[in-house]
Write a protein that binds this ligand. Sequence first.
Ligand SMILES: Cc1cc2nc3c(=O)[nH]c(=O)nc-3n(C[C@H](O)[C@H](O)[C@H](O)COP(=O)(O)OP(=O)(O)OC[C@H]3O[C@@H](n4cnc5c(N)ncnc54)[C@H](O)[C@@H]3O)c2cc1C
Length: 388
Amino acid sequence: MDFRLGPDSEEFRAEVRAFLDEHITPEMTERVYRTGVSHDEAFTRALAERGWLAPGWPVELGGQGRDPLEMQVLADELRVRDAPTYGIGTTLMVATVLRAVGTPAQQAEILPRALSGQIVIVLGFSEPEAGSDLASAATRAVPDGDGWVINGQKMFTTNAQIGDYVFLLARTNTEVPRHRGLTMFLVPMDQEGVEVQPVFTLSGERTNITFYNDVRVSDAWRIGEVDGGWQTLTVSLAAEHGSAFGSAIERLLAAAEDWAAGTLDDGGRPMLEDLSLRETLGRTMADLEVSRLLQRRVAWMAEAGLPLTTEGPMSKLFSSEALQDRAQDLAELMGPDALRSYLDPTAPGHGEVEHTLRHSLGTTIYAGTSEIHRNMIAQRGLGLPRTR
Ligand SMILES: Cc1cc2nc3c(=O)[nH]c(=O)nc-3n(C[C@H](O)[C@H](O)[C@H](O)COP(=O)(O)OP(=O)(O)OC[C@H]3O[C@@H](n4cnc5c(N)ncnc54)[C@H](O)[C@@H]3O)c2cc1C
């Protein structure tokens, strides 16, 4: 079996690297670090001008018709450079849903602006009492004239402070089983009654609590059928469950190697000769390879038109847990040097180990927790019964 991506993809990789060399500036990296906001307007527009926001979409819809392997290359390179793409990711996820189930008017209004990097769409799924179990969502949307009135609260609405629209999950029916009483809306963030309150995570990432107080939304902004929100949501969650963290492992490994190459142990010997460290570096390398292969399998199956079941969850589960475990192992071996942050100019690997140590904790939570991914694999891969 040949696991390489092929000469066309590798040629594309060189093109992407040259673009990133030009557009990922130290100023942008510092701004993203200090604000915790993984979005940059100028960078997003530059990507859009190259046609690289949705390169896999057909040309007539604003894409470039690239195959999943080339898209894998682009995603790899963006992640290895830690490019600010969170806002792009959520916007494209919703654009994909609109492409599948949106009305022609919704598609005409949103898709060109999403694909040219003019708008940011954020995800309003989770609530204080409904995270893994989204079917418990309590935010209410009640019919009113030719529209809806929305009341409720969402948790972790990342990028809401810069978002143009929130893709909102709301309860529209309390008289039917939980999954059947939900509807999706695209709510303009400047609508009266929408309030955004900042929340900063352990990694410094900015997310938000959002409140909806008598927010009026025209029925034109309902996405999909009334009470058909669960089906609409499934389209976007499938994309989320395919996220992977191999590139973050690659950055971690490079930082640890960088540190080991320039550090002596207490006896004056190079740290690179330390057996425990070599063992952990070797294990990190193996985890990186497995993460990459699991991710490539997802791309290869998409390319071959094969149905994906457990492959996305396996890739996300393995790579996020490996990232977390290896960051902790390496930090123990590096001692205080591992805790020197990006803001210390002499920190090894620009503070990558310190940042990964904090950032990796969230990777096993968002886009579905590890427990939820294990459940999915057990159910879809092993045919075990649902837990509930
Ligand atoms: C940095 C960050 C950014 C985020 N961004 C967004 C965003 O933009 N939009 C958005 O809508 N959400 C976002 N989220 C929310 C994220 O999707 C949820 O945190 C996640 O789905 C888990 O939900 P919860 O936090 O409510 O935990 P809970 O669902 O309450 O889970 C608590 C614990 O119980 C476990 N558990 C729950 N159910 C089961 C089960 N059936 N079987 C076994 N174990 C179970 C979980 O694995 C977890 O360990 C973000 C979260 C973080 C941390």
